[in-house]
Design a protein around this ligand. Sequence first.
Ligand code: PLP
Length: 414
Amino acid sequence: MATTQRVLDASEIRKQFPFFQPHPEMRSLIYLDNAATTHKPYSVIEAVSHFWAHYNANVHRGAYGVGAKASELYEGARARVAQFLNAREMAEIIFTRGTTESINLVAYAWGRSQLKPGDEIILTEMEHHANLIPWLRVAQETGAKVVVWSITDEGRLELETLKSLLSERTRMVAVTHVSNVLGTVNPVAEICRLAHEAGALCLVDGAQSVAHMPVDVQAIGCDFFAFSGHKAYGPTGIGVLYGRREVLENLPPFMTGGGMIRSVNWDRIDWAEIPMRFEAGTPPIAEAVGLHAALDFIDSLGREQIEAYEHELTQYALERLQEVPGLKLYGPQPDRAGIFAFTLEDIHPHDIATILDSRDIAIRSGMHCAHPLGDRLGQKSTARASLAVYNDTEHIDRLVEGLHYVRQVFGYAG
Ligand code: PLP
């Protein structure tokens, strides 16, 4: 389908990725597991390696030149993230190890200090465990209650349902921007507005959105926004928590140790200002530098262009997947992101993934860290293909051919 080529050219984009270049020891792979992690362009790998080779030093303490340069690069990455998310200021950006740690930070720092028995936290049925387990745990500890916002049979969230759940007891609405199973894109700006009207805060899990569409935290109006570098063409070990200054300023730290206090003696601790208060110990410095390069990579393609390109590719995939007899696709259609969880006849998803691997196609199978969603769908395990900007229609064609082959292997006709 030539139309997708109009917006971005995936074959040109793949040239920027060493993973997709021929290698004597590696088979070339159709990589469709981008919701788990994305590959890294040369620019990211080079930025990280350049840092290790030339600027390696700890941050915020070195009086010598390289130490100052390391700090400059680390804080430069923070400024870049602030600009990327359209935060009001860089102090609202906290570096963590990933989305999981970002949400744990909120659950512990905010939840433990603010929640009391009878308070309610609204979570949706489609949350990844990263935005579920920290809340269940903090609810158990504080006597707060987790209230479940159910999805429709199609896999969407209805705002009317949220309205019926919100009350003066609601303290937090925590919702994923894009479901890592259903591909549903949630109306997070409306959700945050309704949460605020009820006097609650709103956290958005952006793990599956930030690399695929423009994200503006002020336009969304969220209090917190979390994402991981490695799902956005950046390194593992680096994540971001955006927090609105007014909220962050009133929170105690999550972890404690070096670099997060103003002063300490045996009787008293004065916490540092934000964001340092939330970054105890040596932070992921090279990884932050890599994240900076990853955001530059995304912006070099253009976020509107990425969204448009992936949207067209998603529509193509929806059409082509329908051709496979016995394939059941989960999640809404046609308006969704490029994440496709499916089952095929009664073939176990692990078998589907293993047979596709024999044809050099990488997809994921399992529960995708969303057990309550699996219960809701009545399907514990599914196969999942997920797109990124370097995929194209040929990859979808190969996937569809591969799925026909899987059926044949299991003796299904047609
Ligand atoms: N939230 C969602 C929606 C995800 O898909 C994932 C990972 O797949 C996470 C959170 C957790 O991300 P990480 O493991 O990078 O912390």
